[in-house]
Every structure is written in C-alpha cells, then in structure tokens.
Design a protein around this ligand. Sequence first.
Ligand code: ADP
Length: 488
Amino acid sequence: MNRSLYSKLVLVIILLIVSLMTVVGAFLMRGIQVFYLNEFYKQMQSVFSNVELVNSLRSAADDDNPELIMTDILRAYSGQLGIDSGSRNYYILSGSAGSFITGSDPEGGASLQITANILSAVTGKEGYSGAVNEDHMDVALPVSGEKGSFIIYIKDNKETIRQLSRELFKIITDSLAVGLTISVLLSLLLAKTMVTPLQSLKKAVERVAAGDFSDKPDIHSADEIGVLSNSFNNMADRLERILDDLTKSETMRREFVANVSHELRTPLTNIRSYAETLETSPMPRETESKFLSVIVSESDRMTKIVQDLLTLSRFDAGSDELICEEFSFEKSVRDVFSAMQLEARRRNQEFTLEFKGSVPEITGDKARIEQVLMNMVSNAMKYTPEGGSIRINVKKTGGAVQAQVRDNGVGIPKEDIDKVFDRFYRVDKARSRESGGTGLGLSIAKEIVGRHNGKIDIQSRLGHGTTITVTLPVSGPGHYHEEQRNGS
Ligand code: ADP
C-alpha cells in the first residue's frame, strides 16, 4: 500500500508539473514569436510611412546611379530599420523580376528566394504580409522612377528570435527540472502525511481482525482520514462490546446447562438409590415409608425445577403473555400475608404487615405479581432464623406502588448481592436446597417485574438482614417509564 500510494502521488504530481510547463512553454514561445512578428511589421510600417524617405527613394530611382544613392539612403535609415549584419538585411532588387542588384548581404542576396511580398512588389503593390510559422519575415516596397523601377526589400531570417526561443526553452527546461525536484520532495512529504496515519489504521484493522482491541489508532485530524479513523474506532468499540456480550452469554449458557444438569441429577440420584434399596433389601414398614416419602419429595423438587425452567424459557422466548387486569394490590399483599402466616408461626418468626396511606388498584398480571410477593416473603422466612422478624411495608410512590419485605435474617455478603438475580445463583447452596429452594425464584421475580416495567431492588448486610423492594407502575406495563420521564 505504502509504495503504491507514494508512487501514485509522485507520478500524478510529475505529470501535472510536466503538462503545466509544456502548456505554459508552448504559449510563451508562440506569444514571443507573434510579438516579434508584429513588432517587425510595425517598425517597417513606421519607417516606410516616412514621406521624406519614400520621396528620396523615388527621386533616387530617377538618378543616374540609383543603386548607390538608394544604398546610401537605406544605410542612413539602417538604425531605424533594425538592420544589423546578422539576421536582418536590406536588398535592392530589380522592379521587373525581383532579381538581386545590391544590398547589405551580397552573399544572401545572390540566393534570394522570390517571396509572396516580392511578387506583390513586382506587380507594383507593397508586400507586407507575414506569418508566424514562416522561417523569415520580409517587406517589399516598389520604388519606380522614370529611368527604372526597383524593389526595396527588407528581410529578417528570424535568427534573433530563434536564439531567443532557444534561450527560453533552456530556461523552461531548467525551471522544469527545479520544479520537478521540489514537487517530488513535496509530494513525498504529502504522501508521508497521508500514508503514516493510513498505516497505523491498517495495523489497527489487522489487530482487530485478529481479535485484539487493546490499541486503537490515535489520529486527531479533521480530514477524511481522521473521520475514517474515528468511525473505525467506534466500529471497533461496538464490535468489542458485541463480542464481550456474545462471550458472556455463551459462558452463561454453558453455566446454565451445567447448572440444570447438576440440579436435576441430584434428586434423580437420590430417587434411584432409594428405589434400588427398596427393591433389593427387605426392610421394616416404617423405613420403607420414610424412603418412599424421600422419593416423593425429591420428585416434587424435580417438578418444581422443571416448572421454574419452563417459566423462564417461556419468558426468554417471549411466548409467555401477561394476563393483565385491574386488581387491588392491597388485597394481593394481604392474601400473601395470610397465606404465609402459618409458616411464620411454625418458624416462630414475628410477621407484620403495614400500609402507609391508601394503595390504589394497579393494572398487571395478578397471579404473577402474587408469585413475586410470595417469593420475597418465603425467601425472607427461609433465610431468617427462628425468632427473627419479617415486616412487609406497602405504600404508593408517584405513579407506582411499592412493597418492601424486610427481615433481620442471615443477610447476603456484599460480593453476592448483584448475583442473586442470576439463574441458579445461591449464596449457600446447601441451605437453599434444604429449604426447598431452586435458585430460580429471584430470576423469575426479576423477569416478571421487568415485564411490568417495574423495578426490584435488594439491599442487605451480612448477619443483619435483607430488604427486597418491588416497585410496580399503577398504570401497568408500557406506561410507567413515560410517566417517570415526564416527572409524574
Ligand atoms: P432460592 O430458591 O435459593 O431461594 P432465589 O432466586 O429466590 O433462590 O434466591 C437466590 C439466593 O438469594 C438465595 O439462594 C439466597 O442465597 C439469596 N437470598 C434471597 N433472599 C434472601 C433473603 N431474604 N435473605 C438472605 N438471602 C437471600
């Protein structure tokens, strides 16, 4: 990439400079030639419009020695005519045939070509025409006297302009060489400023392709490369997050499958070993019925796990619709309270219920919400020793109702608080299993509350107790967030 971008840029700039210089050079050279041609004819016209000169040439034509006198006259005007020994000369030609008589360049005069201007002078007309691409410039003036007719012919062989053009060409090629050197250096510099960030971007792309997100390109320019690098960084960030999520969910999936297998294997192993013992070894009737009741309670446990898993998988698949209705939240809490009173008494726990103000009716899935409340209360009882206390507080807050279950039980270690909503997570596995827990109750509660657009929070101090608070929108699923946003 590096070399090709460098060479492309250098090539483009070289081509640009060469074509620019060629065009400028060509226009300049032609412009100078046109200027020189125009200047020549202007100069000739200004000299030959001099009446005195024309008259003296005419009267010389009548003289006995016309060529000599004309030569003298032309010599006198040679400064004005720009006659020099090199490129510009005057010639006196015969008026009838245009043949050379005398002039400032006898050698050239002998081989003088008949030009269009000479022909026009032969016919008695002044010849002033000329073109840039001809190899010479000339004027031919007919001068007639009584004794003879002549042509005054001025010819410039363009040697001066040719020399000037050669000089100019050299200047152009020299400046082209200097210009090319400078522009090649500049283009290398330019290519470097473009290529360096592109190279670091390329390396970053390769790193990301290899799964390494640690080092992002740090390009702070406002140009397209800067924008590209920014977009790349954003894309890499998103990709990193997605990959993280995928890895996490894959790990969670594996853990979940392992947990499910483990949770189901334990009761199954128990059932099998008790059944085998029953089948193979004769035993007293009481032991037999004890074994049978273990088998029944272990199958109940399996049924509960399977039911909970089914509920969660229906939530995951989105196939478990809430059956919403308007119902009395107060009555639901009271029902759960009465249902659990016996259990509290059995455990010798103080169990109280308190309403702060009136609590409105709410919209939601009554059975599911009662399931959540039941789970909160039964957890509080399970994880509070005998003689402990469990308190339910209910109130209305804004557009929502809130139920808080507070216990002074074993509490949860700080590092476990965030994990108790995870599936199968239990702080103390043995204790949870003993008390018939599956580790799925709080995950199901969180799903149910979430589907009602509510919130479930847990606060706990190890050895001091736990408070679980559930907040549910009065207006049911789909409205609570908007109302909260609007500040109601
Ligand atoms: P389980 O069926 O084990 O009770 P949950 O999902 O209901 O499962 O609860 C997850 C874990 O959270 C429990 O195993 C327990 O360790 C902890 N937990 C829940 N409620 C309480 C509480 N009130 N006091 C102490 N620990 C609790």
